[in-house]
Ligand binder design. Sequence first.
Ligand code: ZN
Length: 461
Amino acid sequence: MKAARAENSREFSYNPQDSVSLEPGTTRLEVRGDGTTEKLKVVGGLSPNQQGQYVYAAEDARFHGANAFASAARTLALFEQAYGEPIRWSTGRQQLEIHPDNGQVLNAFYSRDDKGLFFFHSTDPVTGKVVHGADSGEVSSHETGHAILDAIRPGYMSSWSGDAAGFHESFGDVLAILTVMQDDRVLSIMAEQTGGDLRKPNLVAALGEELGITINHTAGKNATGGDYTRNAINDFVWQNPSSLPESAPPEKLSSEPHSWSRLWTGAVYDILGELVKQQLQQTQDVKQALSGARDELTEMYGRLMHQAPKGGFKYRQMAAAFIQSDLDQNGGKRSALLGKVFSQRKILGADSKLLEQASLLPQGSRRLEVTLDGPDFGPFSGAKVVSQESGQNLALTEDQAAAAELQARLKQLIKNGDILYTEPNSIPGQAQLFKPNGQPYAGVVRWQDGQMSIERVLIAS
Ligand SMILES: [Zn+2]
């Protein structure tokens, strides 16, 4: 007899958006008797209500866990279906552990070493409302996106590539967009707000509204560009990242990963907008066009991740992988569209032939090691730095150029205060891996047998 898996359909509180844009609703999930799934659990557990469901009033403390769990489950299911393969977390555990309310911080993050997603709360100084990151479907999807990407491409967090860090942030935002567009109520509002023109402001392009408003109220200024944490509608074009400042007002790009991510997200959102336009040539029904475009972009992203670079990369290489994945797995049906959008964003050159992009596509990955040497590096001089880089069997000159680039990158991160110095024999705890502004350090000094090395901090917020 086949062993029965005790999985049942249960209803969960779920707001794909947050209370600023939408009233909370519910969603049904297949869970085990203890309210977990094979790959997800809420730390501390969730106690069902009297009807045996996981539906709570928004004021109930259990709402945070139910919403973050439901959002993570929906995001994971959507990606695994598009990817066509189940994923295994990089945390080394079978279940990703969701901490729905880990204290008072204005942020949320994924940590590989701490095996899960961490959400917090903060009091909005203007409204007085206690805002929980876990109550936002978009914020929860974004953090789940970090965990998913780290599962299938651990090399990105083990590289020092600024574009890989930006893509990590964008990946979470793109999965949030695709996940919330699964919700019928969201699609109705999006259809009404845009009429099918995705350049018009809408609740899907605006990510993490409630958290963004609280960030701005706390900062006492418009720190995010509007009533959101980020917005996918933008006109950013590629700039040499080494020429970018470490921080910039919201209308400008900086080298900070969330800021830099907006270029890639903007390009992907343009692709979604073009797909909607093409759908509208077949149907008058805007909602139907939105859902058709959503499904196609979801499939395209699933294909992309089979051919995406394995270690540190440049946006142009990811764009080449996107086109190559369409040529190889989709008969090239969307290659011209991809080429057009990435050229408009100056991520790819305007005159390149599509097939020539393949030469940009690195195969495999390699370990690159440098030793920081000289007065430029201050107390970090002598540190070893290892980076997982895309590409194998490079010519000597290419490898030397990559090593020089890695040194320059570390110099930039040190200058920006993104590397945490520690004394020999001191082991920093999780809280110390965050800068005073709440963002995680990019790297931390570790010592072994008197040798200093700078390791990547495996946290993405
Ligand atoms: Zn993030």
